[in-house]
Design a protein around this ligand. Structure first.
Ligand code: ATR
Length: 290
C-alpha cells in the first residue's frame, strides 16, 4: 500500500500558542519547512487564554508534543512554567520557542537571533562598533537591545513615549552586558538628534502597521544621512512610511519579514536538530514574499 501524504501515526506534532492566533503565519511557515526538508511533522495553532497557560503547558507534556512556539500575549508568562530557560531568553525577558525533551521543557528566544540574522543577510553588516537608535521599549525592543549589545554595539539609544520603559531596558543592558545603553532621560540631546546621529535606526513599535499606513514614528523634518540603515520590525505593509521615507532619502531599508521567517526557521532547527540549508531558506523567502 502506498503511504499517503499527511499525518500518520509517526508524525511529530508541534504548534504555536497565543491569543489571538488566527492571524499567525507560523503554521504555514513550519508546515512548508517540513515539506521542503522532507520531515514527517505537523504544526498546528492553539488559542490559549491567559488563565489556561499552565494547563496548556502540562497538556503539551502529557501529550508528548515535540515543542511549540509562544506568541503574544504569553511570551513572558510562559517562562515560569518552563523547566530551563536559556540565559539569553532570561535577559530578554521572553521565550518564543519551547522544546520538549523527554518531558523536560527548555525555553529559548529565537526572535532576537532572527532579527540579527535577517539584518546581516540583508545589509551585509552587523552591529559591532555601531551606534544604534531604537524606537519603542516593549518586548521586541528588549530582546533586540540585548542581542545588539551582546554583538558588540558601541552605543544603544532607546527612545520611547513612556520613558520609564526605556529606562528598564537601559538598566538591563548596562547591568548585564556592557555600559553602552542610554535613553532620552539620561542624554542631554533630544530624541531626534540621537536618531540623526545613529548608524542604524530600528522601529520596534507598531506605528505604521496596517491599517495605519500613513503614520511614522519619526517626526517631520528628519535629517537623513545616506549611510544610515533603517529597520522596521513591521512587515505588513512590506514598506512602512518609516521605511519609504528613509529609502526616498537614499538610505538602506529592511522590513520585519526576514525576522519573522528566521525566528521560525531557528525554532525548527532547535526542535529537529537539523540545519536548514541555504536552498530551503531561499525557497522559504520566495514562498512568503509572494
Ligand atoms: P511588543 O512586545 O510587540 O514590542 P509592546 O510591548 O506592546 O509590544 O510594545 C510596543 C511599543 O511600541 C511600546 O514601547 C509602545 O510605547 P509605550 O511604552 O509608550 O506604550 C510603543 N508604541 C505603540 N504605539 C505607539 C504610538 N502610537 N506612538 C509611540 N509609541 C508607540
Amino acid at each position: 500500500m502506498k503511504i499517503r501524504d499527511g499525518v500518520t501515526g509517526k508524525t511529530k506534532i508541534f504548534g504555536v500558542i497565543g491569543n489571538p492566533i488566527e492571524h499567525s503565519i507560523s503554521p504555514q511557515l513550519h508546515n512548508t519547512i517540513s515539506r521542503y526538508m522532507k520531515i514527517d511533522a505537523a504544526y498546528v495553532p492553539f488559542r490559549v487564554e491567559q488563565d489556561n497557560l499552565q494547563g496548556a503547558v502540562e497538556g503539551f507534556k502529557a501529550l508528548n508534543v515535540g515543542g511549540f512556539n509562544v506568541t503574544i500575549p504569553h511570551k513572558k508568562q510562559i517562562m515560569k512554567f518552563i523547566d530551563q530557560n536559556s540565559k539569553e531568553a532570561i535577559l530578554m525577558g521572553a521565550v518564543n520557542t519551547v522544546k520538549n525533551v523527554d518531558g523536560k521543557l527548555f525555553g529559548y528566544n529565537t526572535d532576537a537571533e532572527g532579527f540579527s540574522r535577517s539584518f546581516k543577510e540583508e545589509t551585509g553588516t552587523g552591529f559591532k562598533d555601531k551606534t544604534v537608535a531604537m524606537i519603542g521599549a516593549g518586548g521586541a525592543a528588549r530582546a533586540i537591545a540585548v542581542k545588539i549589545a551582546m554583538e558588540g554595539a558601541k552605543k544603544i539609544f532607546i527612545c520611547n513615549r513612556t520613558v520609564s520603559r526605556a529606562v528598564e531596558i537601559v538598566d538591563i543592558v548596562n547591568n548585564n552586558i556592557a555600559e553602552i545603553a542610554a535613553c532620552c532621560e539620561t542624554c542631554e540631546v533630544r530624541n531626534r538628534e540621537i536618531i540623526e546621529y545613529s548608524n542604524i535606526i530600528i522601529n520596534t513599535t507598531s506605528v505604521g502597521m496596517y491599517p495605519d499606513m500613513d503614520k511614522s514614528p519619526l517626526e517631520e523634518g528628519f535629517m537623513y544621512n545616506k549611510d544610515q540603515i533603517f529597520y522596521d520590525v513591521v512587515y505588513n505593509p512590506v514598506k512602512t512610511k518609516f521605511l519609504a521615507d528613509a529609502e526616498r532619502n537614499g538610505c538602506k531599508i529592511v522590513n520585519g519579514l526576514g525576522m519573522l521567517l528566521y525566528q521560525g526557521m531557528l525554532s525548527y532547527e532547535i526542535w529537529m536538530n537539523v540545519k536548514i540549508t541555504g536552498e530551503v531558506i531561499r525557497n522559504i523567502f520566495k514562498y512568503f514574499s509572494r
